[in-house]
Design a protein. Sequence first.
Length: 311
Amino acid sequence: MRRILSIDGGGIKGVFPASFLASLEDAIGDRIANYFDLIVGTSTGGIIALGLGMGLTAKEILSFYESEGQKIFRQTPILSNLKRIGSAKYSAKPLQKALESTFGDKRLWESKVRLVIPAMNIDTGEVHVFKTPHKPNYIRDYTERAVDVALGTAAAPTFFRTHVTNSGTPIIDGGVWANNPVGVAVVEAIGVLNWPRDELKVLSLGCTSTPIHVGVARFLPMGIGYWGPRITEVFMAGQSSQALGTASLLAGSENLIRISPTVPNKYSLDGIKEIRSLMGLGKTEASKTFRNLDAVFFTEHAEPFVPFRTM
């Protein structure tokens, strides 16, 4: 059996999957990463995936969000925000400092598990998917610092500046095309790694979900002034639905478990005031689902990952 963990993007809402995984670790008494053959994460999910790959426990990753979230998404005075309408909402320096303190100089090849981290190259308009060297021909990314991979996949437009890699490639958040990366995960498993579909078990974690609210646009031909603030929500919902459909079709719906509780519209990408609430929600969901997950994902360790390339 091959087990896959997929984690959505969602800014500070990554506290939910981090808390969920930390609670599972408490229940099984072991590191989550020991049980998965492939971990895929976008944006905040990419940071969690990298943390697990680099040997952190889910509890340590949750502590990262608790201690650093307030600094990364520090609110600035109204006047300062008005001056920065034409620039990113937040400086990337606190995020970079926090990541460097957490990951040090570790490189992608040092991951203890196969990783796939979506991003996008804005020079070419092409997707840029960071991957550990789990295939002999994966030679592009394995020397990248975990810090740079994290900054690239989390460089959400309007929130943080574009991240430029050491090779000069301008990278933005993978959420612009794969905020829910479960489709990417299953394509990697079946199409690249050639794992049989009937051997796959996939756990897909969202950062909570909210119903789409488009109001009068259901009936009236509203313009950009109305759709502008809502269109990202619509795109994200459509992408997630497509990704889940792709994964279900390829791997079989019976082999896919999706956990992303539907909640009122109280959580936002930078809503640091709700960190404690998200932590509680993650713990609650883990308690509700542990029995079913334990039988599928946590009966035995995954085979050790040996990279094809190292430094």
